[in-house]
Design a binder for this molecule. Structure first.
Ligand code: SF4
Length: 473
């Protein structure tokens, strides 16, 4: 258990996911949806690679002097009438939010989409203290009704099919209405959720949002949404709390704009999201709306200890979801199989840093290292390199199996003896090639039968890489 959430182990969860027909039907839409839309957006934008470089540069400069930018953010935010709270651990962050709410008599909290709230287990904690939490992002709302957790960082309910959503709405909404809602199309479902949520926005005493980034030079928080729910969450109630992690700060608005140029294109294939909202402090006397109090809770939760390590680049992540949309492993098993808050390649790179290698050791291994995630990551995060870093840590801590350690030791010894290596791989190639027979495929690999249990394995081409290379030159 970490902060109220049970860690599900990847090997068992992925087997369950592969057998889940509803999930498999929902995941089939990944390719037609997110992947195709990102490809179109990148093709339409001839400067995409330059925009990527600019966004990477903005974050790299930020991380180099993170402490200074955070201090600047705090100073500017306070000048604008906001309050910054520092939380080292999830427990600290939960407590700060709880005290802000209870000291002001808040009973209903509306909430925009934030993965950090998932990371600290906020909803369950507040509900134990009799504070009702209302998710207002449509996907988050659906999974709140289903009493589940998000399976994707930008499409939390992607694992749900339309008939499942229809059934959830029927169970939860019809009891509040004399006439049942019409539910023929996705648009009907959106209209229904909007009608229900509008009332809840008005009932909320406080609103909590995340932040896509925080701007040090102005002390502002920025959110990017497509539904406008974040704006209603942060402007209607009297108290607005921003919950964000420390690496979300950028030095200037121009740096934030550099991130915006790649964010929506990588996430949903839009040139820009429908709403980009900059909030700076509480409502001023000349403002027509806005909260009377503005608080920012900044969580570290181990991120500062990643600075200067080979995993530091994971802190450049802007949570666009492109890596999971293109990952063959995520596409096969979905997000819940990753067992904790952050699924897909970003989860495999980040979760070991947050929960420790022992708890999350399966995740960096849930990758074929095909490199597709790094290819599409707008922030050029070397995800496969980070997986290898965590795998090395797992090996150093002797957390992998004896069989894996023996195989690595044998391979290491052979690699240090080039003649034997060439002889061994040449002989193995010859034998394996003949064993494959005419089909050129294996149905049962002796030391890797986990692979051949559900699919066959292609025979090697008949020559080693070195052989082919030598012939070529
Ligand atoms: S790792 Fe890259 S692709 Fe994945 S969510 Fe983060 S920024 Fe997006």
């Amino acid at each position: 258990m970490f902060d109220g959430r049970e860690i599900v182990q990847f090997p068992e969860a992925s087997v369950r996911a592969l057998g889940d027909e509803n999930l498999q039907a929902a995941l089939r839409l990944l390719g037609e949806g997110f992947q195709a839309r990102r490809t179109d957006a990148v093709e339409r934008f001839s400067e995409f690679e330059d925009a990527r470089d600019a966004a990477v540069d903005a974050k790299t400069r930020t991380l180099r002097r993170l402490h200074q930018h955070l201090e600047n953010f705090e100073a500017r935010c306070q000048e604008q009438g906001g309050v910054v709270h520092w939380a080292e651990t999830p427990a600290d962050a939960r407590q700060i939010v709880l005290e802000l709410l209870t000291s002001r008599g808040v009973r209903v909290l509306s909430k925009g989409k934030t993965m950090v709230a998932e990371e600290i287990g906020l909803n369950g904690f507040l509900e134990k203290h009799d504070i009702e939490v209302v998710e207002t992002d449509l996907g988050e709302y659906i999974i709140q009704l289903a009493e589940e957790v998000p399976s994707h960082i930008i499409a939390p309910a992607i694992h749900k099919t339309m008939p499942q959503v229809v059934e959830l709405f029927r169970q939860h909404h019809d009891q509040h209405k004399a006439e049942p809602f019409p539910r023929h199309t996705p648009a009907d479902l959106v209209a229904e959720a909007r009608a229900v949520l509008r009332r809840r926005f008005l009932e909320a005493d406080a609103g909590l949002t995340g932040a896509n980034f925080l701007v040090a030079e102005t002390g502002s928080s920025v959110i990017v949404t497509n539904e406008g729910n974040g704006d209603l969450t942060q402007t209607l109630p009297r108290l607005h709390i921003v919950l964000a992690t420390i690496e979300k700060v950028v030095p200037t608005l121009a740096d934030g704009a550099a991130i915006l140029r790649v964010l929506a294109r990588s996430a949903t294939g839009q040139d820009m999201s429908a709403y980009t909202t900059i909030s700076t402090g509480p409502r001023r006397s000349t403002d027509i709306d806005g909260p009377s109090e503005y608080h920012v809770v900044l969580l570290d939760n181990g991120r500062s200890s990643l600075l200067g390590t080979p995993a530091e680049e994971v802190l450049r992540c802007i949570r666009c979801g492109a890596c999971m949309n293109h990952c063959p492993v995520y596409g096969a098993v979905g997000g819940h199989a990753y067992g904790w808050v952050y699924p897909g390649p970003i989860g495999a790179a980040l979760t070991p840093a947050l929960l420790g290698v022992e708890a999350a050791r399966h995740l960096p291994n849930a990758s074929s290292l095909c490199g597709r995630c790094e290819e599409v990551c707008p922030m050029r995060i070397p995800l496969p390199k980070i997986f290898r870093y965590w795998r090395a840590k797992e090996h150093e801590a002797r957390l992998n199996t004896v069989r894996a350690r023996l195989a690595l030791a044998l391979w290491g010894w052979l690699a240090a003896h080039p003649r034997l290596y060439r002889l061994g791989t040449g002989a193995a190639m010859w034998i394996l090639s003949r064993l494959a027979g005419r089909s050129r495929r294996y149905r049962n690999l002796v030391l890797a039968n986990g692979w051949t249990r559900s699919r066959d394995f292609p025979a090697p081409a008949g020559r080693t890489f070195l052989n082919s290379w030598n012939r070529r030159s």
